[in-house]
Design a protein around this ligand. Sequence first.
Ligand code: ATP
Ligand code: MG
Length: 449
Amino acid sequence: MRLSRYFLPVLRDVPKEAEIVSHRLMLRAGMIRQQASGLYSWLPLGYKVLMKVQKIIEEEQNRSGAIELLMPTIQSADLWRESGRYDAYGKEMLRIEDRHEREFLYGPTNEEMVTDIFRTYVKSYKDLPLNLYHIQWKFRDEVRPRFGTMRSREFLMKDAYSFDLDKDRAVAAYERMFVAYLRTYARMGLTAIPMRADTGPIGGDLSHEWIILAETGESQVFCHRDLLDKPIPGQDVDFRGDLKPIFNDWTSLYAATEEMVDQAEYEAAVPEDKRVSARGIEVGHIFYFGTKYSEPMKASVTGNDGKETIVHMGSYGIGLTRVVPAIIEASHDENGIIWPVSVAPFEAVLVNLKAGDADTDAACDKLYAELTAAGLDMLYDDRDQPAGSKFATADLVGIPYQLILGPRGLKSGEVEIKHRKTGERETLPLANAVERLKGLIEPQRMNDI
Ligand code: ATP
Ligand code: MG
């Protein structure tokens, strides 16, 4: 992408309405624009990151055996009356009436709708297990929308729903999602810790919140330090096999949010030098809730004994539009964002130090074509602007590598690479630039961890 032809409205000044660093940086880097309280447009750079996050989530959901579909944002009130949640949900639900005075709502979650789909089509135990997910906008009329897209009113969520014949099988489905989540966050460059959690209005008796440690987090959390650098199950993990050993291994180390923590239990379970008590951001939440929805909504299958059996369900959420600022909270410095390669809006930026100079332009154009042909996701800063301002923009928007070429380098046949994360610089022959950059970037894509 040529920056001269792109839409990247970076802000020079620090917006004063933004209280936390990720919100400030998302505004300054031209990623989002607030349209009304808790409602955001995702501008091209932000949208590109959001879609990279989405792709990782889809790949790992699919790998685990979940199947993607798409349900509407607007749902009928009657469906929610069946589960009893229409009245129970309260003011967070945005209620809508159509021209025929029929009652609708903007979905805050989809347990009812997916259960309706299930009961319509699935009749036999032979069709189980089943896990259906979608990535769709949700609306919750939060009392206090804040911190940009971290807590907005309209937000993008991946929500998966599992259906099984009995509790044991439903717990196995839960364990599959648990392992899929470990891999998903790791691929985004995040350390997300599963913590025992309260089930809240979704209900149920087995639940984990996925927490990123960050000072600006809204919840207080308590865990064992070894969870912070525990190796993640590899891509060869068998989702058709028994994942209980992995689940047990992870959950054997203490981790709980403040609603669930028992101070005495925590202190007994974790030696003093291993205790981490910190602030955390909830980037995902998984639940097993048995027959809470399938019972009132009559979602059952015929078992192999010929009897009708109410199915056991779980639901599994990831807030995509919260994950993006959470990554920034975890990875930035005083100059701006530092994207992990796997979710970076561009993997590298080619900085033309003298746009308008015929030789430099020709050399940069050629290099840009080669880099793009090599499969690198490139931004090309071809604007006629001072070098300092180009570097500042590249740092601010957090592109992992800067490849710098100007008339002087051209004369000596050399380019410079700056590593955004470490600040390290290397000078190398122009002819080696594509291979070197590929070598740096490819292993960090984490497609095959
Ligand atoms: P919170 O406690 O932060 O209000 P929640 O527990 O109500 O969230 P869940 O119903 O568990 O949220 O939703 C699943 C995921 O959706 C959350 O883990 C979070 O990542 C995301 N999410 C929920 N509410 C919001 C919001 N208002 N803005 C952005 N993301 C959200
Ligand atoms: Mg939650």
